[in-house]
Design a protein around this ligand. Structure first.
Ligand code: EPZ
Length: 430
């Protein structure tokens, strides 16, 4: 198994090109199931999760052609995917594939909408919490689906097709919003989703559906009004920049000190996180397509945060921010309100010398003068990258095991950091 080795202490300086967003690319790839026409997606990041989802989609009958342009680390351009689901040849999404990536459960709505029936394995538990799917199922039932759970599979039927309706989510869910939005695109008549998630990735999917011929009002708001169509057309769409990758590198620069410009990204996608970072003493300067993060010698000030659905502070940046706070000049408090068990990084940060105490959903971090390199491992994507940030700050050598978590969601992580002066390398083998 590959490992990442980091020699900490280098300041970061230079430019980092930001990739297309994993969490937009995944539902956009799934949107290809909605039409027999070609969907072209530009700026698709080259990630393990994208490759795994493509295996699942191929199984359903999606054809893929790729033309990628990679003109060098400074001008990275993601790959262009041409997807065509002329026929859905298999309406079952099997356990072996769905259990490996939760987002693959989102094929449920689109296959049901197009084929009027589907069997999709329940996604199961996950390292960051129990993560139920009740909201997905209730939403699709409101559109007329008849849903049973049989042998670990969701068996959904809508013999006459789905019919638009009002769906009021009792709780904000990114995945349930995607699932119902994608299904509503092919439902008869109007669907209104209330208390929809407002994450920018939902807006990106909605914009793509509009290009495919669906009328949608309220994009970016918590009420989406969708006029379903009998058939969707092909479209060309560019995946929006990855706000979590952007925030991760911004926090890395705030952590090590230095001066880095993140290119091909937008501050409005993560304003709350950038404002939080500014309160820690980092200087943030933005243009419409770049963000410059600078910290030259100033202390890291302690700042407390609570994770919230968009536009609040994202749960997907909680671990990275905690890594930064381990070296703050005082005590900060981080409360995780989205997932009940998203603190797997805490004990690993402690191995590097951090002082963190836990109480329920709240971590209290007392900043220390230095972190010290050690062997660590993590059990999810964002936790792993928080250890990279900690390793960049620590004295000496840090080895991060189970690197496959990082490959799920960060494109060319080592290359991007090395180009800015970090001493980080991948060691292959066991
Ligand atoms: C998406 O997961 C993201 N995944 C996650 O990113 C992200 O952390 C999360 O949204 C929150 O922003 C992708 O986009 C692929 P939710 P999702 O449904 O859709 C509860 C990463 O690292 N809930 O918004 O699974 C749930 O348990 C990943 O890139 C129900 O109770 O998250 C949680 O407490 C990790 N019933 C809360 O809602 C349901 O039916 C929010 O979950 C569904 C969810």
């Amino acid at each position: 198994m590959d490992r990442i080795k980091i020699i900490g202490g280098s300041r970061l300086s230079g430019q980092i090109p930001i990739s297309g967003a994993k969490n937009a690319a995944l539902p956009l790839l799934i949107a290809s199931l909605l039409t027999d026409d070609r969907l072209t997606l530009k700026n698709v990041p080259n990630l393990a999760d994208v490759n795994l989802l493509m295996r699942i989609l191929r199984n359903h009958g999606v054809d893929l052609a790729v033309d990628g342009k990679r003109p060098g680390p400074k001008q990275h351009i993601g790959e262009t995917f041409h997807l065509t689901a002329r026929d859905i040849v298999d309406t079952t999404a099997p356990y072996e594939l769905v259990s490996r990536m939760r987002a693959s459960f989102w094929v449920l709505g689109p296959i049901l909408a197009r084929m009027h029936q589907t069997r999709v394995s329940l996604p199961g538990g996950c390292a960051i919490g129990t993560r139920p799917v009740d909201l997905h199922l209730e939403g699709l039932k409101a559109l007329g689906a008849d849903i049973e759970i049989e042998n670990g599979y969701v068996v959904a039927k809508a013999p006459g097709g789905l019919v638009g309706n009002k769906v009021v989510f009792p709780k904000v869910s990114v995945g349930a919003t995607h699932n119902v939005l994608l299904a509503a695109a092919l439902a008869k008549g109007e669907t209104v989703i209330e208390n929809a998630a407002r994450e920018p990735e939902i807006g990106d999917v909605a914009e793509c559906l509009v290009k495919m011929g669906v009328e949608i009002e309220g994009i970016g708001s918590s009420t989406l009004r969708i006029q379903g169509r009998d058939r969707l057309e092909g479209a060309v769409h560019t995946v929006l920049p990855d706000r979590i990758e952007t925030g991760t590198f911004a926090m890395a620069v705030a952590a090590t000190g230095g001066d880095v410009t993140l290119t091909g990204t937008r501050a409005d996608l993560l304003q709350n996180a950038l404002d939080t970072l500014a309160k820690t003493g980092a200087e943030i300067t933005t243009t419409p397509s770049s963000i410059k993060v600078t910290r030259n010698g100033a202390d890291i000030l302690p700042v407390s945060v609570e994770t919230q659905p968009f536009p609040g502070f994202p749960t997907d940046l909680q671990a990275q921010f905690m890594a930064l706070m381990t070296r703050a000049t005082g005590t900060s408090v981080i409360r995780e309100t989205i997932f009940e068990n998203r603190f797997m990084h805490v004990q690993e940060l402690v191995r590097l010398g951090a002082e963190i105490s836990m109480h329920g959903d709240t971590a209290t971090i007392s900043g220390v003068g230095a972190l010290h390199g050690a062997q660590v491992m993590a059990t999810d994507l964002r936790a792993s990258v928080s250890l990279v940030i900690a390793g960049l700050m620590a004295d000496g050598e840090t080895t991060i095991n189970r690197v496959y978590h990082l490959d799920r969601g960060f494109e060319q992580l080592e290359q991007k950091l090395t180009a800015c002066g970090a001493k980080i390398e991948r060691v292959t083998g066991d």
